[in-house]
Design a protein around this ligand. Structure first.
Ligand code: ATP
Ligand code: MG
Length: 140
């Protein structure tokens, strides 16, 4: 299996509760390396652009309002099969369905305020990483 990269976001519900370190520990315990990371405050426009694929969904306004409501931590995770491995560590979108020990099971508040984002394919990971990071900011 190849070493790949994925884009992760620690969402406002988690930064508000000071959970950045606990969430990062979950990634590192799973063997994912944080090869780039920064804390930023998204504008509603930036959040809208990032989640453009969901713009016809009924939760789009709620999602982009939430994602711009407080700081987020955007990060690049690197490891074997990083997209799938990160999504395994994150757990299901709805915390009620998430497996024990996953980030969303332990920390998420609801389907919307679910603590983390992770890319869903290698192709989208490349697009999402480029949305936030220059190549020179990623140090593997
Ligand atoms: P993410 O893309 O954030 O990693 P995901 O891939 O598990 O999560 P998506 O289907 O891509 O889930 O939805 C993107 C985000 O939109 C979810 O993480 C969640 O915060 C929000 N969302 C999805 N469905 C709903 C819903 N029914 N109600 C409210 N928010 C939702
Ligand atoms: Mg998604």
């Amino acid at each position: 299996m190849a070493v790949t990269r994925t884009l992760s976001i620690i969402k406002p519900d988690a930064t508000n509760r000071n959970l950045t370190g606990k969430i990062n520990a979950k990634f590192e315990e799973a063997g994912l390396r944080i090869v780039a990371q920064k804390r930023i405050r998204l504008t509603k426009e930036q959040a809208g652009k990032f989640y453009e694929v969901h713009k016809e969904r009924p939760f789009y306004d709620e999602l982009t309002t939430f994602m711009s409501s407080a700081p987020v931590v955007v990060q690049v995770l690197e490891g074997e099969n990083a997209v799938a491995e990160n999504r395994r560590v994150m757990g299901a979108t709805n915390p009620a369905d998430a497996d024990p020990g996953t980030i969303r099971k332990e920390f998420a508040l609801s389907m919307g305020e679910n603590s983390v984002h992770g890319s869903d394919s290698d192709e989208n990971a490349a697009i999402e990483i480029a949305f936030f990071f220059a190549d020179t900011e990623i140090v593997g």
